[in-house]
Write a protein that binds this ligand. Structure first.
Ligand code: SF4
Length: 474
């Protein structure tokens, strides 16, 4: 029988089709709650948007995706109305497609789409979120085949994107996997770091429930290195995977940093975004937040802090203070735009020098100094230097420090022979193998890369899971 030929794509006709980007809720409405701001496509709108795809050979969108999702094939199925078929295409290369479709920045598949050169790119991320969420809600996510039991046991430490990926991959290969998580619920950064207005907790909870059905066991409220020892894991498991992330806020020692009202970004986001019953006991008391909030830093997390603050009833103003200019700000454009739309203010070229108290241990004001940028240094970045005599003081009741993140050393400091790098990231043979300096111990994700985006972390973790599987079978 002759091979089926691919349908001819009339690109000229497709280029004339109107874009149907996913809708966002109006800023004045969305700042009244913590619900997702992006409205999920309807099946009809998704089909129409997918029908704009040129089905490019050597698709740049697929190339730009860290997981190399076969986006053109998924969109061809969506165009035909085969939503579950499209979702299954994402499953082939991604363990968390519902999540990536919501939180990946535009800079991967979306910005790479060729239609961006002649108008609006295909809304690839939101179509991925639509296909996978619609399938789950209407028919459930099918459980994959699980290989016969190998009798090998793997401990996964940390239930964030890397840990969940490794747990899924190794369970499918027939190994027994137990995931240890320090917080009351699994999900790591997905549950405790990313605000609900970007990623609904329902999506994360559904994935956890699905993994439990698959056979993954979660042991929460368990900090390895504190609640149980690392040696206990060494004795009970054939391999150990470390996916503890890098969620510890780096806080330079500003005078007055111990005042009430000064929060590291991680603590602020966790406590402001989740109900007390989902938090560790020490964080169940309500946050003390005043009307004027300052956020120090200019990354995506700083934008999340601003937007979270603006959703709190006590807050009237949220201002970002960044020591470089708008051009150097590391936040993705989309996050910056969302923060602006929701009412955040920005002060460039300013750096705090001290936090001032009210005499009763609470933050009253912050002293800043103005900065100027030097010529770019060897790294190509313009270093900010203080302008003498430029200090000024601004009243504020709350300040959030979003100045970088590193792994928590509670565990890594207690593993004999484990080599770590500057800022506490774990040294590995390569990101592909994830082999650490301790035999039988593997690592991937932010604890290796430093704080990074979710899709590259999943890509690493998938490869490391293959290495662990091979090591267990050797
Ligand atoms: Fe379709 Fe754009 Fe990808 Fe081309 S680059 S295959 S048009 S989504």
């Amino acid at each position: 029988m002759a091979a089926k030929s691919k349908p001819t794509i009339d690109r000229k006709a497709r280029a004339k089709l109107s874009p149907i980007p996913a809708q966002e809720r109006a800023p004045e409405e969305r700042t009244t709650d913590f619900d997702e701001i992006v409205v999920l496509y309807t099946p009809e709108a998704a089909q129409a948007e997918a029908a704009r795809c040129f089905q490019c050979p050597h698709a740049p969108c697929q190339e730009a995706c860290p997981l190399h999702n076969d986006i053109p094939r998924a969109l061809a199925l969506l165009e035909k109305g085969d939503i579950a078929g499209a979702a299954a295409v994402y499953d082939e290369t991604s363990t968390l497609p519902e999540i990536c479709g919501r939180i990946c920045p535009a800079s991967f598949c979306y910005d790479a789409c060729v239609l961006g050169k002649m108008g609006k790119p295909i809304d690839t991320r939101r179509l991925e979120a639509f296909a996978t969420t619609h399938r789950r809600r209407t028919q459930g996510v099918p459980l994959p085949e699980v290989a016969p039991a190998t009798g090998k046991r793997v401990a996964v430490v940390g239930a964030g994107p890397a840990g969940l990926t490794v747990a899924e991959m190794l369970t499918r290969k027939g190994h027994e996997v137990v995931v240890y998580e320090q917080y009351p619920l699994p999900g790591g950064l997905l549950m405790y770091g990313i605000p609900g207005f970007k990623l609904d907790r329902e999506v994360v909870e559904a994935k956890i429930a699905w993994l439990e059905q698959l056979g993954v066991e979660f042991r929460c409220n368990t900090t390895v290195g504190k609640t149980i020892s690392f040696q206990t894991l060494e004795e009970g498991y054939d391999a150990i995977f470390l996916g503890i992330g890098a969620q510890q806020s780096i806080c330079p020692n500003f005078p007055g940093q111990d005042l009430k009202g000064v929060y590291p970004a991680t603590e602020f986001l966790i406590r402001a975004n989740l109900e007390p019953e989902r938090l560790p006991a020490e964080w169940q008391v309500p946050l003390e937040v005043g009307p004027r909030v300052h956020v120090i830093g200019g990354g995506d997390t700083a934008m999340d802090c601003l937007r979270t603050a603006l959703r709190l009833p006590e807050v009237t103003d949220a201002t970002c203070y960044y020591r470089r200019s708008e051009v150097e700000m590391p936040a993705h454009e989309e996050d910056y735009e969302h923060a602006q739309e929701e009412g955040a203010s920005f002060e460039w070229l300013t750096c705090p020098t001290a936090f001032l108290g009210d005499g009763e241990g609470r933050l009253r004001a912050i002293t800043y100094e103005r900065m100027r940028l030097c010529e770019p240094d060897a790294s190509g970045r313009c270093r900010p230097v203080p302008i003498t005599g430029s200090e000024f003081t601004v009243e504020a009741e709350t300040v959030i420090l979003s100045l970088g993140y590193c792994p928590d050393s509670t565990l890594t400091g207690k593993i004999p022979g484990l080599e770590v790098e500057r800022w506490g990231t774990i040294e590995v043979e390569s990101r592909e193998t994830g082999r650490t300096s301790v035999p039988g111990v593997f690592a991937a994700g932010d604890v290796v890369r430093g704080a990074d985006l979710v899709a590259p972390v999943i890509a690493d973790a998938r490869q490391v899971a293959e290495t662990i599987d091979a090591a267990l079978r050797a």
